[in-house]
Design a protein around this ligand. Structure first.
Ligand SMILES: *Cc1c(COP(=O)(O)O)cnc(C)c1O
Length: 380
């Protein structure tokens, strides 16, 4: 008997997306500009609040690339990066011929450790290289230590690029993630909390930065009747078709966040009585995670030897997808030669951590299959 696959996080349409896409066809706006692009940007600006400006782009990775360029990053420069992340965070640093300086996580939010950040920046400065930017990540939707990281960055006058690709809708002291950095990054890839099939956005605090982002994203065309260019540009604008999906998704965003938060509660309850397994959760009342993915830490010394890999394989046998936490970038062959600062907190997280199915479209039947599959492992 083969049961349908339960995915970690799959696209979840609200129903009106198709109307916006149909309208784009009916009005022949099948291009990387048009009413859906502008409308989607407006929706995001009002959702994020804080009078931000938003430029819709073809991906979150593209948004990070354009943020780094505007922070002045070029060949030979150094950029502080949270090591515990997806490669989309750090790849754009390498596109520019700059060096990512890898910084460890802390145990509360699993994100950039303020102490390791301090150590890294002071050491780089002492070597004659002040980092050009700090790339911090709200991993799995959990806000990083915003007060500490931003106060430190401000004291050293280093811009923060806030990778909020996984944290649309998460808040810190009531304010939306993605609005704290000089540049905030969003992603609408297929597995993110909302999707445009593929897409991303730059959140910024002035019309100048938004305009410059759109300029760079549309081949840096100067103002002239012919095509005139005085700097390198990119083809990074979001399609009006994709933006139509985004407009529909915005109508269900908060509902879908609540459903992901319910999935996290489901796992908190499920693992409450299982020794040696902890579910990631907010460690302070100041923070609200969108719980894009629910993640657990499995400590074999307390589970009677059961590891996260035992659990992953048991779920896989029942056609349920789960995935180890992000492998720290400083352990990736691509980045292992770059400097690293910290105490291997993220290495332990990678070794013991597992992401569980977290989609807003999971059913009661899915939840009972997940529960049975997990309990089978721990009740042996
Ligand atoms: C998804 C993701 C990105 C990149 O976004 P894309 O839209 O896939 O290019 C960057 N950083 C993190 C943390 C992500 O999860």
């Amino acid at each position: 008997m083969s049961q349908e696959k339960i995915w970690l996080s799959s696209p979840h349409m609200g129903g009106t997306e198709r109307n916006f896409v149909t309208e784009a066809f009916d009005t022949n706006w099948v291009a990387p500009l048009g009413p859906n692009v502008t409308g989607f940007e407006k929706d995001l600006e009002s959702y994020q609040g804080e009078n931000v400006h938003v430029a819709a782009l073809s991906s979150g990775t593209a948004a990070i690339h354009l943020a780094l360029i505007q922070a002045g990053v070029g060949p030979g420069d150094e950029v502080i990066c949270q090591s515990f992340t997806f490669c989309g965070t750090t790849n754009p640093v390498q596109y520019l011929g700059a060096t990512p300086i890898m910084v460890d996580s802390e145990v509360e939010t699993w994100n950039m450790c303020p102490n390791a950040l301090k150590e890294a920046v002071e050491d780089r400065i002492s070597k004659g290289k002040k980092p050009k930017a700090i790339l911090a990540v709200h991993l799995y939707g959990m806000p990083y230590k915003i007060d500490e990281i931003h106060a430190f960055a401000k004291a050293h006058n280093i811009p923060v690029i806030e990778d909020s690709a996984e944290a649309l809708g998460s808040t810190y002291k009531g304010r939306k993630c993605g609005t704290f950095g000089e540049y905030g990054i969003l992603s609408f890839n297929g597995n993110k909390i909302i999707t445009t099939s593929g897409g991303g956005a730059m959140v910024c605090h002035s019309k100048e930065v938004k305009d410059k982002t759109i300029f760079l994203a549309t081949q840096a065309r100067d103002n002239a009747p012919h095509y005139q260019h005085s700097e390198v540009g990119y083809n990074y604008r979001l399609s009006n078709i994709c933006a139509g999906i985004g407009r529909g998704q915005m109508q269900v965003l908060d509902k879908h966040i609540a459903l992901r938060q319910d999935m996290n509660k489901f796992y908190q309850d499920l693992f409450q009585d299982i020794d040696g397994v902890t579910v990631q959760k907010e460690q302070s009342d100041d923070i609200v995670s969108n719980h894009w993915l629910s993640a657990i830490i499995v400590d074999p010394s307390k589970t009677g030897g059961i590891s996260r890999e035992d659990l992953r394989l048991a779920l896989e046998a029942d056609n349920i997808e789960s995935r180890p936490l992000w492998k720290p970038m400083h352990l990736q062959p691509l980045c292992e030669d770059f400097p690293y600062y910290g105490n291997k907190v993220c290495e332990t997280l990678f070794e013991k951590g597992l992401c569980l199915p977290s989609g807003s479209n999971l059913t009661d039947n899915d939840r009972s299959r997940i529960k049975n599959s997990i309990l089978k492992v721990f009740r042996k």
